[in-house]
Write a protein that binds this ligand. Sequence first.
Ligand SMILES: [Cu+2]
Length: 174
Amino acid sequence: MSLSKFAHALSMPCLAFLAALFGPLVTISTPTLAHEYKLGTLEIMHPWTRATPKGAKVAGGYLTLTNRGAAADRLVAVEASAAAGKIELHEMTVDHGVMKMRQLAHGIGLPAGQTVTLEPGGLHVMFLDLKAPLKEGESVSARLIFEKAGSIDVTFKVEAMGARGGDMHKHKGH
Ligand SMILES: [Cu+2]
């Protein structure tokens, strides 16, 4: 097998793993180790948030959810975070050129067999009433509550102010 064929045969998770391992060598951005969780047939990839400026009361939370099951599920709420007084699920949309956020009262649907990505500019977790500024390198714990799969405690890694996501996201090409 030629080297190029071998490279093409590497799966994306594998590439992401390599990128995480060799991040300091191949990227000028801050390397961030991806972390993931499993809850039943749900895969929860790399929850992360961003450092906040002094005095800021809100921060977005991002993660990727894949539903490997045969039935739809739903992220109904995020709670139990010591870092924030309140947590909501939001969607950012552009309405006539104006960015707007709206709360998703019914949560975020997770269709069977599909991946839903919460990312800057789109669906996101909203940490409100922050107790203190979020600092890069720290983490924020919170509990994700799903309609069918139940709940799980995860850690949102705090990345740099203005970060667009970890290496995982960059290597997926968005
Ligand atoms: Cu929001």
